[in-house]
Design a protein around this ligand. Structure first.
Ligand SMILES: [Fe+2]
Ligand SMILES: [Fe+2]
Length: 166
């Protein structure tokens, strides 16, 4: 389990404008972190350090808990302005993290294992709001495998609603 440095978590907490106990708050970040670590183990080319940082930072610029498609690009831009927060990461890790954060609110998938683990981990926490993740929005084999383990091979546990947005 990769631990994100405390100053990174404090940065996210200090910038998050919503209720930290809300649906996109700290317990969500912790579950995305847990899923991300598990998925990283199943994706040999994924960088778990980037995935762990994504979990803490990806939703910090939400302005509300509804549809807010620009919260990913806002968080990426904020980190670029405060890149000192990430000096413990390599240039390549920082670049990948910003790409993962910026694109996570677009409702797409990624062929990159690290970015895919980030986005799949986020989607695996959709059941907290009554949504079932759709297989077609899983980026990684381990994400798809996990989804089928949770819901069965045909996702026959009657999805209530479906969503591609995070
Ligand atoms: Fe999220
Ligand atoms: Fe998000």
């Amino acid at each position: 389990m990769i631990k994100v440095p405390d100053h990174v978590t404090l940065f996210a907490v200090s910038r998050y404008p919503l209720n930290l106990s809300g649906i996109h708050g700290q317990t969500h970040w912790e579950r995305v972190h847990k899923w991300g670590m598990a998925l990283s183990l199943g994706s040999k080319r994924a960088d778990p350090n980037v995935v762990a940082h994504f979990a803490v930072l990806h939703d910090m610029c939400r302005r509300h808990d509804g549809t807010d498609p620009e919260h990913g690009p806002r968080a990426s831009a904020l980190l670029e302005e405060n890149i000192d927060v990430l000096t413990h990461l390599t240039t390549g890790q920082r670049r990948k993290l910003l790409t993962a954060i910026s694109g996570h609110s677009d409702g797409t998938t990624s062929k990159d294992d690290t970015i895919g683990c980030c986005w799949d981990a986020d989607r695996l926490d959709l059941p907290r709001v009554g949504l079932t993740p759709e297989p077609k929005y899983m980026s990684t084999e381990s994400g798809l495998y996990t989804l089928r383990e949770l819901y069965g091979p045909h996702l026959s546990v009657a999805p209530v609603k479906q969503s591609k947005k995070l």
